[in-house]
Design a protein around this ligand. Structure first.
Ligand SMILES: Nc1ncnc2c1ncn2[C@@H]1O[C@H](COP(=O)(O)OP(=O)(O)OP(=O)(O)O)[C@@H](O)[C@H]1O
Ligand SMILES: Nc1ncnc2c1ncn2[C@@H]1O[C@H](COP(=O)(O)OP(=O)(O)OP(=O)(O)O)[C@@H](O)[C@H]1O
Ligand SMILES: [Mg+2]
Ligand SMILES: [Mg+2]
Lengths: 252, 252
């Protein structure tokens, strides 16, 4: 199926929430899922009850070639595995800044595992630095979570230009889609969604994630939303998203 | 009075919303305010109707010493001035990465203007890179906006350790305070605030910013919230914050 990066340089638009809960929803359809945390904040582990301060090894060690990816993978639920990160990943950009192939380090680590998982989902930090570029190069598809607000909508056009530029320059092919998150279904939100459909034809996923307190509560409990409250809007919206992603990715 | 940095490596916790509306609220008390945008996203300009794509010069030029700060300052309201940023600021970290005094570039640019303004407020990107470090070194006080959520609360302790470490290492003195934003006044929020008061005694500002749609609507209009809807919660909460900041900073 494929490698899916969740990216947006805008902070707080729901990247980690989408990565964790989409991974969980896909795993609940009996697909085998690996969630890779490429954000030094390490919030994928935090949101799944994996304490990053107790990690012996993490994605920083994998990216620095000190250890193999399989040594840090841990099972978090049925069919659902995590490669956690911590703050040491923040040094990657500096460590690799002059090296050749610095943009494809993640791809080189993930390629041997493509057959083992139906999906590999990558969470990214809120910037377009070397870690996010590694995620783009390794991916076959990208999801851009988007809050319906002035600051979040502002960066979308620029993000798409940068993705186009990098895919030519670094020779990778990765289709992207926009996912509206924190949707309060108000008149203003509906208007902004209509505008997005005009500005970015055929780029918007049909599914949106409604604003829903269960998503925050689940993260506070260190659980994904399907485990925390399987009948909540948060759970149902991510399941609908999972089905749409399965359709989208089965006919690449 | 002083130089105030608004920082948090966690994305989307309300840094820009706080920087813009606190600046506007302080200006409404007839203090002369300069808002400096140190985030390449350039959202301070966006939120005040200043189009960053039409800027001839911006903070990138000032930080690179191509132009003086006063050449880019523009008036946005009574007593309220803005030094805007755009994406070119993203190259600063790379351009200065080996240079001495790279952490005090902003301080050197701001020091000549301290007498001209009662407050200089600095908005920062969602990371602890060289731009944010420059804002810390230049500041006399820091406000850390904080959403009441697992991911946002996670980074606070680490941020405080980093601030302590850097202030010793780079020899600057800057007191910080935590500001709860997007407060929905629920039982869970009240519980989390009580926990914050225990974990970080005397660090929490009394004022909180309630979750309020007028803050989002104002940004979509390119206005600060006092201009958009002066009687909204968003406006009143930032005015209360302004008064608390005036108290805090008059007895440093
Ligand atoms: N649909 C939703 N409904 C309610 N709250 C949400 C929703 N999606 C995300 N959140 C909350 O919004 C905040 C930001 O989400 P999250 O941390 O996942 O964003 P992010 O893009 O990963 O942030 P960063 O840029 O720091 O990595 C979190 O507190 C999260 O719990
Ligand atoms: N008190 C509030 N009530 C409602 N919405 C809010 C509030 N504060 C901020 N927001 C909204 O939350 C989103 C995130 O806020 P903002 O962009 O100011 O955060 P930030 O920390 O500056 O993000 P970044 O990390 O990308 O710089 C914006 O859409 C903003 O309009
Ligand atoms: Mg995140
Ligand atoms: Mg901001």
């Amino acid at each position: 199926m494929g490698i899916l990066a969740v990216i947006n340089q805008k902070g707080g638009c729901g990247k980690t929430t989408t990565a964790i809960n989409l991974a969980a929803a896909l795993a609940s359809t009996r697909k085998r899922i690996l969630l890779v945390d490429l954000d030094p904040q390490g919030h994928c582990g935090l949101g799944l009850g994996v304490h990053k301060d107790h990690l012996e090894y993490s994605m920083a060690d994998v990216m620095d070639k000190r250890i193999e990816l399989k040594k840090i993978i841990r099972k978090v639920d049925q069919h659902f595995y995590l490669a956690p990160a911590n703050i040491y990943l923040a040094g990657f950009e500096h460590r690799f800044s002059g090296q050749s192939e610095r943009e494809s380090q993640l791809k080189q680590r993930l390629d041997p595992y493509i057959k083992e998982y139906d999906f590999i989902i990558i969470d990214c930090p809120p910037n377009l630095g070397l870690l996010t570029i590694n995620a783009m190069v390794a991916s076959q598809a990208m999801i851009v979570p988007l809050e319906l607000s002035a600051f979040s909508l502002d960066g979308v056009a620029r993000l798409q230009h940068i993705v186009d530029f990098l895919s030519k320059h670094l020779e990778f092919k990765s289709e992207h889609r926009l996912l509206v998150t924190m949707d309060d279904r108000s008149r203003l939100s509906k208007k902004l969604i209509r505008q997005l459909e005009v500005d970015f034809p055929n780029k918007l996923l049909r599914s949106t994630i409604r604003k829903n307190v269960s998503l925050k509560e689940a993260a506070l409990q260190g659980q994904h939303v399907l485990a925390y409250d399987p009948v909540s809007f948060g759970a149902r919206d991510h399941q609908a998203l999972a089905h749409e992603v399965l359709d989208w990715q089965s006919y690449p």
